[in-house]
Design a protein around this ligand. Structure first.
Ligand code: URA
Length: 200
């Protein structure tokens, strides 16, 4: 029997070879994802920026540092108890929005990651991810922090860390969303907070 870890390894190897869309010709690295393979909470961003393309890991630039801080405030950590991936695995040139056809091609990988992980909660970082995963007409400023149920999985859109860097006035509202997420994890997750002493 193959373990989740082996399945993820195999998927990663296949994804690193992907040439399903034009973004493969300008990428430095495929940014497959980072996290633990028993994560109950999956974060989904839009696509790699320059730093992510260079390092091969999601959310490692300034936005990523802010994300890590907000995660840490609710005892979440990409190396301990969550998984982070993007809608598209390769950087769109000049950080443009990923095109609908690029998203459509690449979401196949995300679906496979989802199938291996089977998370209980999905958090969409920003409008593009939320529109693709939750509903096309999402109003991110109005609906961030709300939970949407789809196929037995709870999904929450939150403000994108890059947007928070541009508009720090929204940081308190974003932090409220992380508190709601923490409460929901305490309610429905089995082991996310196991080692942290915050799950009770
Ligand atoms: N923005 C995203 O949406 N994803 C990343 O990995 C980095 C920045």
């Amino acid at each position: 029997m193959t373990t989740k870890n082996e399945e993820f390894q195999k998927l990663r190897e296949q994804c690193l070879e992907c040439k399903n869309c034009g973004l493969c010709s300008t990428r430095t690295n495929v940014v497959f994802g980072v996290g633990v393979d028993n994560a109950e909470v999956m974060f989904i961003g839009e696509g790699p920026g320059e730093n992510e393309d260079l390092q091969g890991e999601p959310f490692v630039g300034r936005g990523g540092q802010l994300l890590d801080k907000m995660l840490a405030a609710v005892d979440l950590d990409r190396h301990k108890n969550i998984y982070i991936a993007n809608i598209v695995k390769c950087r769109p040139p000049k950080n443009r929005d990923p095109l609908p056809e690029e998203q459509e091609q690449c979401i196949k990988w995300l679906r496979k990651q989802f199938a291996v992980l089977r998370p209980k909660i999905i958090v969409c970082l920003g409008r593009i991810a939320a529109a693709k995963i939750i509903k096309p007409d999402i109003k991110i400023m109005k609906e961030h922090g709300m939970f949407f149920e789809k196929g037995g999985v709870l999904m929450m859109p939150i403000l994108h860390p890059a947007a928070l860097l541009r508009n720090p006035n929204n940081k308190p509202a974003a932090f409220e969303d992380f508190l709601k997420l923490r409460d929901k994890i305490r309610e429905i997750c089995d082991h996310t907070y196991d080692d942290q002493g915050t799950g009770q």
